[in-house]
Design a protein around this ligand. Structure first.
Ligand code: C2E
Ligand code: CA
Ligand code: CA
Length: 725
């Protein structure tokens, strides 16, 4: 735009020059036409420039068309001037002895002036409005142009009224054009940029310092003034103060962080120092930026702490514990370590008996104990609810002392004191690259091998445990095939009455393993009880029992089979629905399939379990309580228990040293069951003496090696035929 104005202005300027210097009539006339008509073009271009420069638009299209029409009409009237002479004429006068053609305005020329002045006035008004509306720092771009326009308007007007013979207005315009160009396009923006940068620097939250080529501080923003304790605008002070603060950590021409103790506060700073070079590469000074990120750092550390520390005990969380252990092992390749898995036995009980607060208190007490006397070579944390983990160098692990401490571990909150049973599983690390989770798995495995709960508190993962685990994994993988191939099958142990006649049998699982040979359930049942696969074993056994009962129809119609039900089965399947479905599909009298449950079944959700047993009895099954006398046997529980038969195991009673005492117990249990209308069955009968004695105590049913061992189906069948013959 400005270039276009300039081009047109050159034409106008030329016209003006011709008028001023020509002494020829025709040339003067041409000069006047160039001047006045060109002026109209300048006005059009000026209007466009102002609009663009001030970011405004024509209010509507009509106004714009009227504007151009007026300018066009004005130029047309100049074309008509030679014919009608309505605009102006020139008259020759003598100025300083030279002939000069002076313009004498007529009505057309006055209209032209009104038009041009109006346009100039509109442009000035637009600029004034812009100056008022805009923020000062940005309004400056309008000031120069406004000033130039006002001056030229005054110049022109004064010329008009002074009636000076020679019109020199355009010389001024030319000069003004150049000034506008300089102020509006070149000088203003650079100045504006300087201002903006200065503002940005002073308003930055970071401390900023500028140094001259001699590295003396010449300016600092407000945060900088505060940080370097600059007083009274004496920026030179900054050098000494900055040196005192950061001198020890100084790294010119780079970016770095450092930590300072200011007063009694630890503060963190990030510094950036850069030399400023001029265009020839000479040092022109430097700037320094200092950011205090203490709050950020504290937040980061807090977050890190929260993410890596357990809220209740303040120990490491599992993830972080594992990470730290890995790191420790990497850093100390020479030292030999072990991981210790710490678990509270029956911690759930603590929460149940007391309350959650006491439980939390107990966990904090354990955490405190875990922390105690640990060297910096140890790493410890909380693995989960009531389990903790420790990495400890082998030589720092004092098993005797620990056994002693664990033997008398109590929690007390002032009112209550409770003895906690804590077990440790230890895995000595052989391969330090092993996953830490696996190390703890092994330590955990060692822990779960502790049987004698109150005597031993520490167990070690060793080769025996390792091969046991491997074996457990192997047979678990083979179980489905064993069921398919019937390598897993029931052996039947006869149950006899007082006359020695076989009345039924118990189905006991046997695994005739193609490689390992005969496997006793004592070996594999605990494995499957642990991993839940016992359900598959039992389901298979129940089905086999039904098949046998089915095959006995018409041959051994009176015989029953007792099947075992693991307490775990109740967790995984609907035992009642499953067994009921089986007898139905084989069309078997439910009374022929007896179910053996143990007392432990009643340990959880006893109401629910009682209901299931009642369901069994209502459906016509006979429910037997297995291994009575082996565990927690509560006689109290017995009176509410919906069972038909009590199986008393001689094995548990013969543990007692005192023959008479155990005899008395058996006698009493039999009496009690008689009173409750429950029949007693003694298993584990090995001798005739036992048999006779028990018969005397009015026991009705017997099972044991004295009669027969568990037998394969065909052997059992011939055993029955032999004894009944
Ligand atoms: P249990 O149910 O108490 O089975 C009786 C155990 O005593 C059987 O051992 C049996 O062989 C043994 N026994 C029988 N008479 C005598 C005797 O006169 N003296 C001695 N010392 N022992 C005798 P087994 O077959 O080794 O079974 C061990 C345990 O394995 C069973 O104890 C039972 O708890 C479990 N079990 C066996 N089969 C199954 C099954 O199919 N499912 C479930 N869940 N558990 C089973
Ligand atoms: Ca049994
Ligand atoms: Ca038993």
């Amino acid at each position: 735009r400005l270039q276009r104005i300039t081009m047109i202005a050159v034409v106008v300027e030329l016209g003006n020059l011709i008028i001023v210097y020509s002494s020829d009539h025709l040339l003067s006339l041409i000069g006047c036409y160039m001047y006045y008509m060109g002026m109209n073009l300048v006005m059009a271009a000026l209007m466009n420039f102002i609009f663009e420069y001030c970011h405004c638009k024509w209010p509507n299209k009509t106004t714009m068309l009227v504007f151009y029409f007026l300018l066009l009409a004005d130029n047309i009237q100049y074309f008509l001037n030679p014919i009608f002479g309505q605009a102006f004429e020139v008259e020759c006068i003598t100025v300083d002895g030279f002939p000069y053609y002076r313009m004498i305005p007529h009505i057309g020329q006055i209209v032209h002036r009104v038009l041009d002045f109006s346009i100039l006035a509109v442009a000035i008004v637009i600029l004034i409005v812009r100056c008022i509306q805009t923020a000062r720092i940005f309004a400056e771009r309008y000031y120069a142009i406004l000033a130039v326009m006002l001056v030229s308007a005054v110049w022109q007007t004064s010329y008009m009224f002074s009636r000076a013979p020679i019109e020199r207005a355009m010389i001024g315009y030319g000069l003004f054009g150049v000034l506008i160009y300089y102020f509006a396009i070149i000088r203003r923006p650079t100045q504006l940029l300087d201002r903006m940068l200065a503002n940005v620097a002073s308003e930055m939250p970071e401390a900023m310092f500028f140094f001259d080529a001699n590295e003396r501080c010449i300016w600092a923003n407000a945060p900088g003034i505060r940080l370097a304790h600059i007083e009274g605008g004496n920026f030179f002070q900054a050098n000494a103060n900055l040196l005192a603060m950061f001198g020890a950590h100084w790294k010119p021409e780079s970016e770095w962080t450092c930590q300072l103790k200011l007063g009694n506060e630890e503060r963190h700073f990030r510094l950036q120092h850069r030399f400023v070079k001029d265009e020839k590469g000479r040092s022109a000074g430097a700037f320094l930026r200092i950011r205090d990120f203490t709050e950020e750092e504290q937040r980061r550390r807090r977050e890190l702490y929260n993410a890596t520390h357990d809220a209740l005990t303040g120990l490491y969380t599992r993830e972080y514990l594992y990470e730290r252990i890995q790191q420790k092992l990497r850093e100390n390749l020479q030292m030999s370590y072990q991981v210790v898995f710490i678990n509270v036995k029956n911690f759930k009980l603590v929460n149940d008996i007391f309350n959650k607060e006491f439980g939390d208190h107990a966990l904090r007490t354990i955490a405190k104990w875990v922390r105690t006397d640990k060297s910096e070579n140890c790493v410890y944390g909380r693995i989960g609810g009531d389990t903790f983990g420790v990495l400890v160098p082998v030589e720092e692990f004092n098993a005797e002392q620990l056994e002693e401490e664990l033997g008398r571990f109590v929690v007390s909150d002032g009112n209550v004191t409770y003895r906690l049973l804590i077990h440790l599983g230890v895995y000595k690390i052989v391969d330090k690259r092993l996953d830490v989770a696996v190390m703890f798995d092994r330590a955990h495995l060692a822990l779960s091998s502790i049987r004698d709960e109150y005597q031993t508190h520490i167990a070690y993962y060793d080769n025996e445990l390792r091969s046991k685990t491997l074996w457990a994994q192997q047979i678990s993988a083979q179980l489905y095939d064993a069921i398919q191939e019937r390598h897993l099958r029931p052996y039947l142990q006869p149950i006899v009455n007082t006359e020695g006649k076989v009345v039924g049998c118990e189905a006991l699982a046997r695994w005739i393993h193609p490689k390992e040979g005969f496997l006793s359930p004592a070996a594999f049942i605990p494995v499957f009880e642990k991993n839940g696969m016992i359900v598959e074993v039992d389901r298979h056994m129940w089905r086999c029992a039904c098949e046998i009962l089915d095959s006995w129809k018409g041959r051994f119609d009176d015989l029953f089979i007792s099947v075992n039900i693991s307490p775990k089965d109740f967790f995984f399947i609907d035992v009642f629905a499953e067994i009921k479905g089986l007898v139905k599909s084989y069309n078997i009298d439910p009374a022929k399939l007896r179910i053996e449950i143990t007392e432990t079944v009643m340990m959880n959700e006893s109401d629910d379990r009682m209901r299931i047993l009642s369901d069994f009895r209502k459906a016509g099954f006979v429910v037997e309580m297995d291994d009575f006398g082996s565990g927690y046997s509560s006689l109290n529980l017995l009176k509410d228990m919906p069972v038909d038969v009590l199986k008393i195991d001689m094995k548990f009673l013969s543990r007692s040293d005192n023959e008479n005492r155990s005899q008395t117990i058996v006698q009493n249990i039999i009496n009690l069951s008689d009173d409750l209308g429950i029949s007693a069955l003694t298993e584990g009968v090995e001798t005739e003496v036992q048999y006779k004695a028990l018969a005397q105590m009015r026991c009705k049913l017997f099972q044991g090696y004295y009669f027969a061992k568990p037998l394969p189906q065909e052997d059992f069948e011939s055993f029955c035929e032999r004894t009944s013959a």
